[in-house]
Design a protein around this ligand. Structure first.
Ligand code: NAG
Ligand code: NAG
Ligand code: NAG
Length: 179
């Protein structure tokens, strides 16, 4: 399950499609939840702020029932208005089909290039090994936001729910601010 890979591809597609104001995207937190520890577990899942400008996400997912050939992900964007409320986007994607043809979308080609150096999730299904995202920074979102699109300022939550064989296995929530 290419958790953050798909999540962030989706995030960039969202940012790409909805334009208002330009600004800087920063990660503020990361929360991973396993609903089915017999299937998959997070060995670690952390957000690190080394200093004001260098912040990154790292996570490792251990997969216990490999190979995995069927993955769906529901990604919803929420914006903070007091509490987090659904905002613009809520979609379910067949991840294996989506990864099979990344060249169909210029944004995904861009992200694929980015991920090659940060993750071992850079291939199509099946997944038969533990998944790692290593020191992923928000730089690529910043590039999209500042050079390509714009987006309303505020606090956002990219909420993702991960299904294998149509059973909910895990969630990964990425909190970001745009200022
Ligand atoms: C933040 O930390 C990174 C990595 O250690 C370093 O390269 C960078 O110079 C630091 N930036 C500031 C403003 O201290
Ligand atoms: C997204 O849509 C699904 C299906 O309609 C729904 O179950 C889920 O609660 C929605 N998520 C959010 C954050 O609104
Ligand atoms: C995927 O990432 C690995 C490790 O970073 C790299 O060796 C490999 O060439 C990459 N594969 C593709 C298809 O980019």
């Amino acid at each position: 399950m290419s958790f953050v890979y798909i999540l962030l591809m989706q995030a960039t597609v969202i940012l790409y499609l909805h334009s208002e104001v330009t600004g800087k995207v920063e990660f503020t937190n990361l929360k991973c939840t396993s609903f089915d520890p017999k299937f998959s577990e997070f060995e670690y899942c952390h957000f690190k702020a080394i200093n004001r400008t260098f912040k990154y996400l790292s996570l490792k997912v251990k997969l216990y029932e490999t190979p995995i050939t069927n993955v769906k992900v529901n990604v919803a964007l929420l914006k903070r208005f007091g509490g987090y409320k659904p905002f613009l986007y809520n979609v379910t994607v067949d991840a294996c089909k989506f990864l099979k043809n990344p060249s169909s979308n210029a944004v995904i080609v861009y992200l694929h290039g980015f991920f090659k150096s940060h993750s071992n999730m850079n291939h199509t299904c099946p997944y038969d090994h533990d998944l790692i995202v290593d020191k992923l920074t928000a730089d690529f979102l910043n590039t999209q936001v500042t050079e390509v699109i714009s987006f309303p300022f505020g606090e956002f939550l990219f909420q993702s729910q991960w299904f294998a064989y149509d059973i909910l296995r895990a969630s990964v929530n990425v909190y970001v601010t745009l200022s």
